[in-house]
Design a protein around this ligand. Structure first.
Ligand SMILES: Cc1ncc(COP(=O)(O)O)c(C=O)c1O
Length: 397
């Protein structure tokens, strides 16, 4: 039996929480573990502008013939422009972009290309980081290490430790950075910290690999890429993994891109050939639908304005939920500081709860969190906030 040697694997730490939640018959169950945005009805909407772009695209589409390993060139250009702004044009000759299977595909492909060019390179990821970063990057065969990032005492970035660590890394080390809305901590770098980190990255000759999975989910599409653009203006080479899953609501369409800015146009040209060949050997070509929709939306000023408005509404909701929950917790435990909830950005914050508390939340209160204690604020609503606050306070000790 060819597969007889495969043993049953434990459930994925995050997807496993969703499965356990589904199996719970309690009418009061609350899923704070899921990694997607939810509106006040608990649904993950497709933005109206995305639906409009989709309808128009389908009305015009006459063929579904192959597009090619690099995907949709308009999408590639527009999504990089959204991320880099005016710098995209300045860097165009030195940029090689390929459409990928979501942001995950971009991370994985980026790691494959680093490995092909410099197999001894070490990729340094934040401690902690998103649960899928290490599996995605490490499966390429590259060595991974962690840099200090989060200080549980302040619930903010341990910036000095991070910067000092970067200053000691060997020249050419790759550093994976969350552009905004750090997953899972919610703690982002301030503009001055990006500037100071840029000094170190530049002087040490480090290679940033920036993961931009939440552009527009922190404050807005411009503010969220301050750090990325700051680095892009300073360093000669970097990788950028882009995802349209959250901000365009295109999750299952698997829409993303990998842009690599190289030291020269000639190197960028060579990289483009390797991007295409690596993709061809793994899955041949990316799915078209989501990229065609996002390209159309970004190229149409009215759709783009409508989309930005809707995105702004999602951010306002997440910020309001942060204040709401912080307020309800503070009302129950006035001696505890919950202001970190409102300082954090994006959907996630780390609660800092121990494994026993997370188990108790699930078993006694039907509130579901992944094992790292990450909470998704978009799972909170006016209807459940008191129950969530009561449950968290009950297990906090
Ligand atoms: C930090 C981070 N990077 C990348 C991704 C990739 O998302 P996708 O492959 O769905 O585009 C995610 C998704 O949750 C994420 O949280």
């Amino acid at each position: 039996m060819i597969f007889a040697n495969l043993e049953q694997l434990p459930p994925d730490p995050i997807l496993g929480v969703t499965a356990a939640f589904r199996a719970d018959p309690s009418p009061d169950k609350t899923d704070l573990g899921v990694g997607v945005y939810r509106d006040d009805r608990g649904e993950t909407p497709v933005p109206a502008a995305v639906r409009d772009a989709e309808r128009a695209m389908l009305a015009e589409q006459r063929t579904k013939t192959y597009v090619g390993p690099a995907g949709n060139p308009e999408f590639n250009q527009r999504i990089v422009e959204l991320a880099l702004g005016p710098l995209a044009a300045e860097l165009r000759e030195r940029t090689a972009t390929i459409q990928t299977v979501g942001g995950c595909g971009a991370l994985r492909l980026g790691a494959e290309l680093i490995r092909a060019s410099r197999p001894e390179a070490v990729v340094h990821v934040s401690d902690p980081t998103w649960a899928n970063h290490e599996p995605l990057l490490g499966t390429s065969g590259l060595s991974l290490a962690r840099y200090p990032y989060y200080d549980p005492a302040t619930r903010g970035v341990a910036f000095e430790a991070m910067r000092d660590h970067f200053a000691r890394l060997p020249v050419g080390s790759v550093v994976l950075l969350h552009a905004c809305c750090h997953n899972p901590t919610g703690a982002d770098l301030a503009p001055d910290e990006w500037r100071s980190l840029g000094d170190v990255i530049e002087s040490r000759g480090l290679v940033p690999f920036v993961d931009l999975a939440y552009q527009g989910f922190g404050d807005d599409v411009e503010a969220d890429v301050f750090g990325l653009r700051h680095l892009a203006a300073r360093v000669p080479q970097f990788l950028l993994a882009l995802s349209c899953s959250k901000n365009f609501g295109l999750y299952r369409e698997r829409t993303g891109a990998l842009a690599i800015v190289a030291g020269s146009p000639a190197v960028a040209g060579a990289i483009a050939t390797h991007q295409a060949r690596t993709a061809r050997r793994m899955y041949s070509m990316p799915p078209d639908h989501g990229a065609a929709v996002a390209a159309r939306l970004l190229g149409n000023p009215a759709l783009r304005a409508s989309w930005l408005g809707e995105l702004g509404g999602m951010v306002a909701r997440m910020k309001a939920l942060r204040s709401l929950l912080a307020g309800r917790l503070a009302a129950r435990r006035p001696e505890v500081d919950f202001s970190w909830l409102t300082r954090h950005r994006g959907m996630f914050s780390l609660t800092g709860l121990a494994a026993t508390a997370i188990a108790e939340l699930r078993e006694r209160h039907h509130v579901y969190l992944p094992p790292d204690g990450r909470i998704n604020l978009a799972g909170v609503s006016d209807d459940n906030v008191d129950r969530v606050a009561d449950s968290l306070v009950a297990v906090m000790g």
